[in-house]
Design a protein around this ligand. Structure first.
Ligand code: GDP
Length: 284
């Protein structure tokens, strides 16, 4: 993981020149992706002191190169002038999708916005129930379907209801089963098409939830979900755990998808805007 990379590099090579092979291996383990790794290596190789690089220099150069790739400011979630903004939350089961949907609702609620939820993971009865519990706790309206009902129809119905009630944000939790990937991607594509019938621009945001502890898998997930749903951002969860989220650098660098929020725990308030400089500092 990225954290281990920088820390162990400094510990291991403190006062001695850095070994290039070990440096390359450490960078691979940091989940920053091959293009980012190559970029850092090229920046290091181009230096006059390349033959006797210290770990401190490596960390400084890596930090500079990563910061160049990440956007300076996270794009905030502003409501639309006269209609409901629809946020579709997608991702693989277990990444923290349902929890992040609820946290996002709380985040927006705290900023004074009105929010409605749609429990469109109709494939898992537990997910519908789980989101229902959060909605009750937050005192937020929720549109729930029957187990196995059509998620696209549910999102459409939720949009109509939210718009009628002048709700500023509708957040739709979606299914994330992996064992039938083709069906899942087809289903998410349909959700998008049906929502677009209600409002041509909807969903206005499609956010992918990735788990920082899954490392390189997150990039692959982003590629697949992006192809199927056209992502506008990432929520990276479990940054309170062992993963330090190098994957979000790879997702930004290789797919151009910015990380918008970070999840740092299981509680409602454990969601924050992604701040690139702060993120990189913590990663180091
Ligand atoms: P889903 O299957 O993707 O909807 O995942 P859930 O929302 O059910 O979350 C799976 C597990 O991860 C639950 O136990 C959550 O409490 C936990 N979780 C979600 N986000 C975070 C986070 O940022 N940090 C930690 N430590 N746990 C999280």
């Amino acid at each position: 993981m990225a954290f281990g990379f920088f820390k162990s590099l400094i510990q291991k090579f403190s006062g001695k020149p850095v070994d290039w092979d070990e440096l390359e291996e450490s960078l691979i383990r940091a989940d920053l992706g091959v293009p980012m790794m190559t970029r850092i290596m090229t920046a290091l190789q181009g230096r006059e002191d390349a033959e006797k690089l210290t770990a401190e220099t490596v960390v400084k150069v890596a930090r500079e190169e990563i910061i160049k790739v990440l956007p300076r400011d996270s794009v905030t979630l502003r409501p639309l002038a006269s209609k409901t903004k629809v946020i579709l939350v997608v991702g693989v089961n277990g990444t923290g999708k349902t929890t992040s949907t609820a946290k996002l609702a709380y985040f927006l609620q705290r900023k004074g916005h009105s929010v409605m939820l749609a429990a469109a993971d109709t494939f898992r009865a537990a997910a519908i129930e789980q989101l229902g519990v959060w909605a009750e706790r937050l005192n937020i309206d929720i549109v729930k379907g029957q187990y196995n009902s059509d998620p696209a129809a549910l999102c459409y119905e939720a949009y109509q209801s939210a718009d009628r009630k002048n709700v500023e944000f509708l957040i739709c939790d979606t299914a994330g089963r992996l064992h039938t990937k083709t069906n899942l991607m087809g289903e998410l594509g349909k959700v998008k098409r049906v929502l677009a019938k209600a409002d041509a621009q909807a969903p206005h945001e499609t956010l992918l939830v990735v788990d920082a502890t899954t490392g390189g898998n997150a990039l692959q997930q982003a590629k697949e979900f992006h192809a199927a749903t056209g992502l506008t951002g990432v929520i990276v969860t479990k940054l309170d755990g062992s993963g330090k989220g190098g994957c979000v650098v790879a997702i930004q660098n290789e797919l151009g998808i910015p990380t918008r929020f970070i999840g740092t725990g299981e509680k409602m308030e454990d969601l924050a805007f992604f701040e690139s400089r702060q993120f990189v500092e913590q990663m180091l």
